[in-house]
Design a protein around this ligand. Structure first.
Ligand code: EPU
Length: 338
């Protein structure tokens, strides 16, 4: 098994930070994991698992062993008249999985088009966009439990999915290498155009009865017009979660800021757009050296070239402190800092 020493991670993190991993192994099969387990190579506390590197801010060189998920595969495991359960290897690109499903006319994940990252990482933070979350189509996953070398299966109820959250960010953090994810895709999927600009975009194109293919094209169009392409400007998508706050503080905020749009959350709670808060506080388009806040979407922090993770985290902390003092709202980071 090839162990790459002092391996550059510049191409393996979408911020494009110039950092290295002390050791990196590309994992393309479960057998490789079993072999490492048999050699006691997984009994150490400095193992990290890397997918597409699209949700990680490296603040320094990674001193341990990185296992890069490159387990491939796409196949239908079960099919009925109305739906198909499709299994994807954890190392498959998420957008590639969406395009593959579309090529088979299977719907359910078209609203999640163009999200960077791998299929294996998608359940960890329950990826979501344009009115759909992974949990809506999730069937199950298989994962290699590094402490015992066993394969465990998780069904939707086991994963404790929440808004950008799952058991894999909490109780089970760092224990599992996700080898395979199964999605329940539909042959006559419900078309979801309610969120944001989808409807308006489709109308602008003269499409009144959209297909799943049209939805995917609209989502790609909207994302490309708002979100920076990591191949051009380093970024990790939304850097913060949208804060969920008590309903009690909303009337006063709305009185002060009549343009504030909020979204319903769990009982007694309201979701406030972090991008709006950051823009209102004057940070949109802010740049310091080579790091900054994206000019078209204030929720996205960017690396213009030579920025580093420490600068990004400093900027994030300043934004958090400013939002807390101006609005009394605590912003939580969505991206992991390593
Ligand atoms: N807004 C502003 N200023 C900004 C950005 C947003 O005022 O600079 C306002 C918008 O006008 C809108 C509201 O905030 O009223 C929501 O904006 P948007 O629809 O762009 O979505 P978001 O809440 O900023 C979330 C996800 C994105 C996902 C979009 C679309 C989170 C943390 N982010 O962003 O996910 O693509 O919705 O569904 O929930 C990601 O997780 O990396 C990501 C990009």
């Amino acid at each position: 098994m090839l162990i790459q020493k002092n391996c550059s991670l510049t191409k393996f993190n979408t911020f494009g930070f110039e950092v290295t991993a002390n050791e990196l192994i590309a994992i393309s099969s479960i057998e490789q994991l079993q072999e490492l387990f048999a050699e006691n190579a997984l009994i150490r506390d400095d193992i990290g698992i890397l997918g597409g590197g699209s949700n990680i801010t490296f603040t320094q060189n990674f001193g341990g062993l990185l296992l890069k998920n490159e387990i491939m595969g796409k196949r239908i495991v079960h099919e009925t008249e109305h739906e198909a359960i499709m299994a994807f290897g954890g190392g498959e690109s998420w957008h590639g999985a969406v395009l593959h499903a579309l090529s088979l006319n299977l719907g359910g994940i078209e609203n999640l088009s163009l999200i960077p990252g791998t299929v294996g990482a998608s359940p960890i933070q329950n990826i979501g966009a344009y009115g759909v979350e992974l949990k809506d189509v999730f069937h199950s996953l298989s994962a290699f439990h590094m402490p015992t070398g066993e394969i465990h299966d998780f069904y939707a109820e086991d994963c404790k999915f929440g808004y950008r959250d799952s058991i894999f960010k909490r109780e089970k953090k760092g224990q599992y290498f996700i080898t395979n994810v199964q999605l329940r895709l539909s042959k006559n999927a419900e078309i979801k155009t309610q969120y944001g600009d989808i409807q308006a975009t489709l109308e602008g194109w003269g499409i009144s009865t959209p297909t799943i293919h049209d939805i995917s094209k609209a989502v790609i169009f909207i994302r490309e017009s708002k979100l920076p392409n990591p191949a051009e400007i380093g970024n990790c998508g939304s850097f913060f979660k949208n804060p969920v706050v008590s309903d009690a503080i909303i009337p006063e905020l709305k009185l002060k800021y009549p343009d504030l749009r909020t979204f319903p959350a769990d009982a007694g709670m309201t979701k406030v757009p972090a991008g709006w808060l950051i823009e209102k506080a004057g940070w949109k388009g802010y740049r310091r050296g080579d790091v900054g806040v994206h000019a078209k979407q204030a929720l996205v922090l960017v690396n213009y070239g030579k920025g580093n993770g420490t600068e990004i985290i400093h900027l994030a902390h300043e934004i958090q402190a400013d939002i807390l003092s101006k609005f009394g709202i605590a912003l939580e980071m969505e991206v992991n800092a390593w």
